[in-house]
Design a protein around this ligand. Structure first.
Ligand SMILES: [Zn+2]
Length: 466
């Protein structure tokens, strides 16, 4: 058996236990104290040097095992989603009512990456080959928060290659870019007054929010078709009888390229300024976060694809098949067909659980989402795999997803990911020229489009309660 796979098998029970614990902790972004500490402690036990609380976030860490170059990096995430608590069940029933749940499978993501880090480190130790392993504990992926700050503060500067993954309903290497994104709050300040007796004295901050949103909505026709702009109103007044002096909206402004987002944000800012002018209110623009689009590295993606074909996928047990089919019955044929179209698979594909590994995607496609792993891809060559941990077409951020990511099906997918990531890292240890080629590819891209840090030195992660 392949040596990295053997090392993963040796620690499989420990990995499943850790993923189950993090699934149960189900902590929200920047509050993942128990989850981060669990992973950090396991790293210490394996001889990694842990730096906890980095880049201004108490639940962010880096664990390094230093043994020369190349330096292989793995990314962990461990944040859950609000209100999604769910048992491992085919019915919707909360595990802890109203509490968060792991609807994006970050319990598997973090531990799967950890398994790879350990397997690679043990392979290096055994073989006497040169190479270092860095394991990054990245909080709050769901609110696109941590990795940009970790990049800004230099934690990826000496990393040669990063292999990343996400639990999915398909086995493939991502060649798509993601959307660059600005997360911005617009706060308006007006003048309170009695809404019936003295409305002429009042200046409504909520009307400013409404006018700003109206302006942005009229703008939609004239933006890039892959761009996305969405908002929520976070401050909308108290009672109708008081002219509200405070009003605020929180925007995500996204587009396939960073420069497009910069230009769009300027236009959204003008809508806000116009609204403030019209309503005689004051405007404060508060940037929460900014991130880049992903640049998938072709050299590393090819390595990962070849290793994925060798690793293969897992074969569910009879009991697991019953559970998988039960989950499939909870979604519609349309949802499955949407997934097949998205992955450019034949629409008559009949498998319930994806059991093959797809060919590399065509370059240049845009995934309609954002991840802060994108910022890492501008600092170090990065490849990203999706590994099937749930039935085909089953959407994330749902009770079904929480159920499956806590189950033995999710855990089996996670072990595939650990093996895949460890094998991919080992390929670079044995073939250092691949790391050089991957770096040359990134450098070529950066020459054309340099990386300009988007988070200023004065910016701080939005910690809860601050
Ligand atoms: Zn996720």
């Amino acid at each position: 058996m392949n040596i990295q796979e053997k090392h993963v098998n040796d620690i499989a029970e420990m990995l499943k236990e850790a993923a189950t614990k993090i699934w149960e902790f189900a902590e929200l972004g920047l509050e993942e104290y128990k989850s981060a500490e669990l992973l950090a402690e396991l790293c210490r036990g394996e001889g990694f040097e842990v730096d906890m609380g980095i880049a201004g976030m108490p639940t962010a860490f880096v664990a390094r095992w230093q043994n020369g170059s190349p330096v292989i990096g793995y990314l962990a995430e461990y944040d859950a989603l609000p209100g999604l608590s769910q048992k491992i069940s085919l019915e919707q029933e909360p595990f802890r009512g109203g509490q968060p749940g792991h609807g994006c499978g970050h319990n598997l993501l973090g531990v799967g990456a950890f398994g790879a880090a350990i397997a690679l480190k043990r392979s290096l130790e055994e073989s006497g080959e040169k190479g270092s392993v860095y394991f990054f504990g990245c909080p709050a992926e769901e609110t696109i928060t941590a990795k940009g700050y970790m990049v800004r503060d230099g934690f990826f500067d000496d990393v040669d290659a990063v292999f990343d993954w996400h639990p999915a309903d398909v086995n493939m290497i991502n060649m798509r870019t993601t959307l660059a994104c600005d997360s911005i709050e617009y706060h308006f300040r007006g003048r309170a007054a009695h809404a019936a007796s003295n409305p002429d004295w009042g200046r409504s901050a909520v009307k400013a929010v409404e006018l700003m949103n109206a302006g942005v909505n009229y703008m939609r026709e004239h933006i890039h078709s892959d761009a996305r702009i969405h908002y929520v109103i976070t401050e909308g007044g108290g009672e109708p009888n008081v002219v509200p002096d405070k009003g605020a909206a929180w925007y995500y402004i996204r587009s396939p390229r960073r420069s497009q987002v910069d230009a769009l944000t300027e236009r959204v800012n003008k809508c806000a300024e116009g609204a403030a002018l019209m309503t005689e209110t004051e405007l404060e623009i508060k940037v929460i976060d900014k991130c880049y689009n992903m640049i998938p590295n072709k050299v590393l993606s090819q390595v990962m694809l070849e290793e994925f074909r060798e690793t293969g996928t897992f074969e569910p047990t009879d009991e697991e098949w019953d559970y998988i089919k039960g989950l499939r019955a909870s979604i519609t044929d349309d949802q499955v067909e949407d997934a097949l179209r998205e992955y450019l698979m034949p629409t008559d594909y009949e498998g319930v659980m994806h059991g093959e590994v797809l060919d590399l995607e065509k370059e240049g496609q845009v995934a309609p989402g954002t991840t802060d792993a994108a910022d890492v891809s501008w600092k170090a060559p990065l490849a990203h795999a999706r590994v099937a941990c749930k039935p085909l077409g089953l959407p994330g951020h749902t009770w079904q997803a929480v159920s499956v990511f806590g189950s033995s099906v999710g855990m089996a997918g996670m072990l595939v990911a650990s093996k895949l990531l460890a094998r991919s890292g080992w390929r670079l240890i044995e073939n250092p020229q691949l790391a050089e080629e991957a770096k040359a590819e990134l450098d070529k891209h950066l020459k054309k489009e340099p990386y300009k840090p988007v988070l200023g030195p004065e910016m701080q992660p939005p910690l809860p309660g601050h």
